[in-house]
Design a protein around this ligand. Structure first.
Ligand code: GLU
Length: 400
């Protein structure tokens, strides 16, 4: 037998925990187990019709060939228009790139900015892929833990404690996955002033910018002060806003030297994004935007139900998310209890227990570099959320 040894690069990363948990839930479903999955963050709505029609038109017109690596001009212009309209940010198309989802662009941005030995500061809890993407560049992710008491918002003093001359990049993800925190403008400004003074780039991941509740507002950190923009790489995606997860469309905007670097890298990795999806994306950005409000209104109802319900279940608690579609629930009160003779010792045990005893999939906090919590997705129907939480409540009631 061949002794297969993977490269240090790939052996050094873990499979994406959200993709992995979702795969596990889907595999169980295929085996006939009635699993409810609150694992992967994706809208349960269908892609709006006007977007689908643009894709069908593109196919019928034979728009099915390679495009420029960084995207078709029509879509880049739509992105420029959207950034002006929605974010009050002015770019020209040389400062914009289209990628295969936000995830690819995040990696390209890290890889374009970081050398081995550099550091990237990330407030935690944080999105599951940042640390491994950074590891792939040879740089090191350094976590800046936030607290539940402070609603998972980072503060300048904590950033200052960890900043050092090796820090090349800081990551802002607001609204935040997995906490739903929306970072207040004042604190973001204080942090941005410090970073810009210290010539630190900021990757601002804004994929949940439209999913806001109870009056919360999103302002891109790049737009808070004219001096910030040249230090920012704004990363965004159509997946969550337009229920287009499977289409794989994201975009980034930033200084053109950086965008050019990302473009070169993308040219060797994937080439252009699917030509048909690009046409659909241009239509999504320029067409009627009413579907977003309709979806957000639904998410808000589900959020209210999920938060109230989680707080009513003994052993679980959560704060109210202000954005995105996640609840980051504290499960520490379940530690020490026993399921089938096995003691629950950490959030991974709790997630396993939910899956085994209640057939409900959630992602453990450790996947977000933050222990003691599990993440629930509320982009599910109210009926599904109710059923999932009923099952969890029952299973917790049976713990000893
Ligand atoms: N599943 C996607 C991802 O891992 C969406 C986001 C999420 O579930 O956190 O990139």
């Amino acid at each position: 037998m061949t002794n297969i040894v993977l490269s240090n690069l790939v052996a050094g990363i873990e499979p994406s925990p959200t993709e992995e948990t979702s795969f596990l839930a889907n595999t169980l479903k295929r085996q006939g187990v009635d699993v409810i999955s609150f694992a992967q963050g994706e809208p349960d709505f269908d892609t709006p019709n006007y977007i689908k029609k643009a894709a069908i038109k593109a196919i019928n017109e034979g728009f099915t060939k390679y495009t420029d690596v960084g995207g078709i001009i029509e879509l880049k212009e739509a992105v420029v228009e959207k950034l002006k309209r929605q974010n009050n940010l002015e770019y020209d198309i040389s400062g914009v790139i289209i990628g295969n989802g936000g995830k690819q662009l995040l990696y390209e941005a890290f890889a374009t900015l970081c050398n081995p030995g550099d550091e990237v500061l990330i407030p935690t809890p944080c999105y599951v892929s940042y640390a491994d993407q950074i590891r792939l560049t040879g740089a090191r992710a350094v976590f800046v833990p936030t607290t539940e008491e402070n609603e998972f918002v980072p503060c300048l003093e904590d950033v200052q404690k960890l900043w050092n001359p090796k820090v090349k990049v800081f990551v802002i993800n607001s609204p935040c996955n997995p906490t739903g925190a929306v970072f207040p403008q004042e604190e973001t400004r204080r942090i941005m002033d410090f970073l810009v003074e210290n010539k630190t780039f900021v990757i601002t991941d804004e994929v949940y910018e439209y999913l806001l509740y109870d009056g919360a507002k999103h302002i891109s950190p790049a737009a808070l002060d004219p001096k910030y923009k040249q230090w920012c790489i704004v990363v965004n995606s159509l997946s969550k806003t337009y229920a287009m997860t499977g289409w794989r469309i994201g975009y980034a905007a930033g200084p053109k030297e950086i965008i050019n670097g990302m473009n070169s890298l993308q040219g060797h990795l994937t080439g252009n994004v699917n030509s048909i999806a690009q046409k659909a994306a241009a239509e999504a950005l320029l067409g009627p935007q009413d579907d977003i409000a309709r979806m957000v209104e639904e998410y808000a109802k589900r959020k209210d139900y999920m938060v109230n319900r989680i707080n009513s279940i003994e052993g679980l608690s959560c704060i109210e998310p202000k954005g995105a579609f996640y609840v980051f629930a504290n499960v520490k009160n379940l530690f020490g209890r026993t399921y089938n003779g096995n003691k629950l010792e950490n959030d991974k045990d709790v997630a396993n227990f939910f899956l085994k005893a209640a057939h409900v999939a959630v992602v453990p906090g450790i996947a977000f570099a933050y222990e003691g919590y599990v993440r629930f997705v509320f982009a599910k129907s109210l009926g599904t959320i109710k059923e999932g939480l009923d099952r969890i409540e029952k299973a917790i009631g049976e713990l000893t």
